[in-house]
Design a protein around this ligand. Structure first.
Ligand code: ZN
Length: 92
């Protein structure tokens, strides 16, 4: 599959916001108290069982995470996670 277009990217971002993208969810780091200024990260898995974040900043130093699920905040979705997601989806 060739590189996703910006239209496909917008479509996927909308699905993330609607929680209809299979296999991935969004979440915001629960350990921070300045949530409004944070980007949401993308996590593989489901709301019941999120598995791992797609970028380094989505996990804590021990490899764990505590997130507010399905929350993209004011800053939207992390660009690094988004790039990684597009790569994952286009390699299927
Ligand atoms: Zn991220």
């Amino acid at each position: 599959m060739q590189k996703p277009t910006s239209l496909q990217r917008a479509e996927i971002e909308q699905k993330l916001r609607d929680c209809t993208l299979e296999g991935y969810i969004t979440g915001m780091d629960r350990s921070k108290d300045w949530l409004d200024s944070l980007s949401a990260h993308i996590y593989a898995g489901t709301f019941d069982a999120p598995e791992y974040g797609l970028c380094k900043r989505s996990m804590d130093s021990g490899g764990g995470f505590s997130i507010f699920r399905n929350n993209v905040g004011r800053k939207g979705i992390c660009k690094i996670c988004m790039r990684k997601l597009m790569r994952n989806l286009s390699s299927n």
